[in-house]
Design a protein around this ligand. Structure first.
Ligand code: C5P
Length: 232
């Protein structure tokens, strides 16, 4: 990917109204919108339609991190793809190659099929907690997950900007990397442990930067979005 880095805004405000108000403020920008569990469980497909009604050019990333047996994951992926308004969704790489391949096979002929990303290692794990679950070091296992993801036909991974280049070097340069933990201009990290700014993300060939709080907590979100877009 990476002709130009894209901005994906996390819609992490507590209510649909607050998220929609934010989106109305930034309605003229060419951005992706990340919709997570909370909004989707509460507001469902209607919320996605409300976003597209504000500007049909918005791209939607449905961040549901599917994880189940292959057939059940493929059933869910098919339903998401058939919405026709989701541009990207994700699964867990630890569901395995068979599950990811089954997902990709199931959606391959659906018109306007979404991009599919996989989560390698959740960033809430430190090495010890990760080892307790996967019995391996986080760095080597995350790299293995990225390779599994790539051979399964998945389009890319959710990862840290610090891993983006290594993952591309171990898969392919056009394998998509989508990276949270971005503080575009070195803003407050909040609960993020390692944060990257825009120049670092560019150097590491990040395809999508995910930005939440630096935008929705700003007194003028559209000014921040404009500044980010002009820098990428
Ligand atoms: O507010 P902030 O910019 O830190 O938001 C980052 C977004 O990315 C949040 O929605 C968070 O849940 C998500 N995320 C993350 N780290 C990951 C995966 C997702 O911060 N590894």
């Amino acid at each position: 990917m990476n002709n130009s880095m894209k901005l994906c805004i996390s819609l992490d405000l507590p209510t649909a109204k607050e998220n929609l108000d934010l989106v109305r403020e930034i309605k003229d920008f060419d951005v992706w919108l990340k919709v997570g569990f909370r909004s989707f469980i509460r507001d469902g497909r209607k919320f996605l339609e409300d976003l597209k009604a504000i500007n049909p050019n918005f791209k939607i990333f449905l961040d549901l991190k599917l994880y189940d047996i292959p057939n059940t994951m493929a059933d869910a992926a098919e339903e998401i793809a058939k919405f026709g308004i989701v541009d990207m969704f994700n699964v867990h790489a630890s569901a395995g190659v068979e599950a990811m391949s089954t997902v990709m096979h199931r959606i391959k002929d659906i018109p306007n099929k979404p991009l599919v990303l996989a989560v390698t290692a959740l960033t809430s794990f430190d090495n010890e907690a990760f080892k307790a679950v996967y019995n391996e070091d986080i760095t080597s296992k995350a790299r293995q997950f990225a390779k599994d993801t790539h051979v399964s036909g998945i389009d890319g991974v959710v990862c840290s900007a610090f891993e983006s280049l290594d993952i591309k070097n171990n898969t392919s340069l056009d394998f998509i990397t989508l990276c949270p933990g971005i503080r575009p201009f070195g803003e407050d990290a909040g609960d993020q442990k390692r944060v990257a700014d825009i120049p670092f993300s560019k150097e590491n060939k990040v395809d999508f930067i995910v930005v939440g709080r630096p935008i929705y907590k700003a007194s003028n979100p559209s000014e921040v979005v404009e500044k980010i877009l002009s820098n990428i």
